[in-house]
Design a protein around this ligand. Sequence first.
Ligand code: G4P
Length: 534
Amino acid sequence: MLDSPKNRPDLPPEIARRRTFAIISHPDAGKTTLTEKFLLFGGAIQMAGQVRAKGEARRTRSDFMAMEKDRGISVSASAMSFDFKEFRFNLVDTPGHSDFSEDTYRTLTAVDAAVMVIDGAKGVESQTQKLFEVCRMRDLPILTFCNKMDRESRDVFEIIDEIQENLAIDVTPASWPIGVGRDFLGCYDILRDRLELMDRADRNRVAESIEIQGLDDPKLADHVPSDLLETLREELEMARELLPPLDMAAMHEGSLTPIWFGSAINSFGVKELMEGIASYGPQPQIQSAEPRQILPEEKKVAGFVFKVQANMDPKHRDRVAFVRLASGHFERGMKLTHVRSKKPMAISNPVMFLASDRELAEEAWAGDIIGIPNHGQLRIGDTLTEGEVIRVTGIPSFAPELLQGVRAGDPLKAKHLEKALMQFAEEGAAKVFKPAIGSGFVVGVVGQLQFEVLASRIELEYGLPVRFEASQFTSARWVSGPKPAVEAFTERNKQHIAHDHDGDIVYLTRLQWDIDRVARDDPDVTLSATKEMM
Ligand code: G4P
């Protein structure tokens, strides 16, 4: 199983058994259902339905969450850990809505692989495509699950073709469906030569598994009607001719994806997918950092914050920083150095997330995700180490695509507004710019819906009604270059200059023409649409 440069036989067993991944999909493809079944087979929940039920209970806690529910979107991302056989799975949830793409991007910096769920009747949909592109930017290995095979679905070759064409990735079948829709019987497990039969009567039962000695095994005829068997043999022969075999190195480079067919709601194909993640998914990977890379097996602990979430528990107004451990063995109570401030931090009550319950994390290993409650010291992109000054790289901040001004309903509460905005900026929920001239703030987001979410959170969490309104600016670019050039530039362009929440200089404009002009007239100054978080 370890015949890939990305899975190294020398990793300590505790690290080698970890699989940290996210699920990417278009809304409605079945991500929630699949997650639930993962947790069910991982023993983290006793009964399917709990994730949703707990989700409902949590959502009713506030109007903001009610809004999340109304829209059918998941605004917050979380991480869940569970065991499957001798493996530890860490599943990092990605926000599903396209307006939260920056958040999603950062979430994907914390995983080693992604499971792509597609609906067998719909194929590759827009959101899947977008999320896939993000995975591609990081060469993340992808395992594909084609869901809802119990319903009328598209022809298997057509689905595979579509993935290959639209996503420019090779596809290798790990299983092959037998029959479609009402006649769907189950799958032939190509990797293990097994017949998997779906139980339609009991949705939570794992499929019956029958060992088969190749496609000529007479046992097949005992379970599969002759017409379906003939089709299966023909299709598999064609698949072997037309499609590449499973090649671990190609899969780990992100150029080949194995595909499993199944029905999450019927618990079918899920176990095989989990076995696939365990056997073929990548172990915790080397983390890029400055001035040197971090290897997972290093004795000392290093980790980075990829997400900050406020008000996870309305009773405690805390924030939780989600940290991906890049190396070492973490133990509760450890003192880590917060590299940005160079200050020590005692990590006394880290949490891990089992299903939707929090638990104290007594220990964690490279690959794991822990939540660290804090009062705002920890920001996205921060690195924690045992003292070494090292900074994890590759966690970008994107220039927002929409800018608006914001005003407090009560002008006397401007300070409260500033505090609220800074909190969201630090969480990564919005960009907040303070123009050099005049008062007030310009808020930048990726999608319109985020303004509504911000407005309702500011009202709920700070008791402050606010109004977002059109801004004279539409684009923001970070300014960098030699100090004298930047100073001269900001002096000449005061009406366009603002500072972000880190104090970095930003150029605001409404015209692409302005941005082009700067490139032409101020060659020493660079305007960039991304900034590395640090
Ligand atoms: P999402 O998180 O990707 O948005 O999808 P989710 O799991 O919520 O599933 C979307 C809908 O698809 C749900 O139906 C779910 O029951 C259904 N579904 C999931 N897997 C399968 C499957 O394998 N086969 C079939 N036929 N349906 C599946 P819903 O009616 O929107 O919700 P619910 O009333 O069932 O909860």
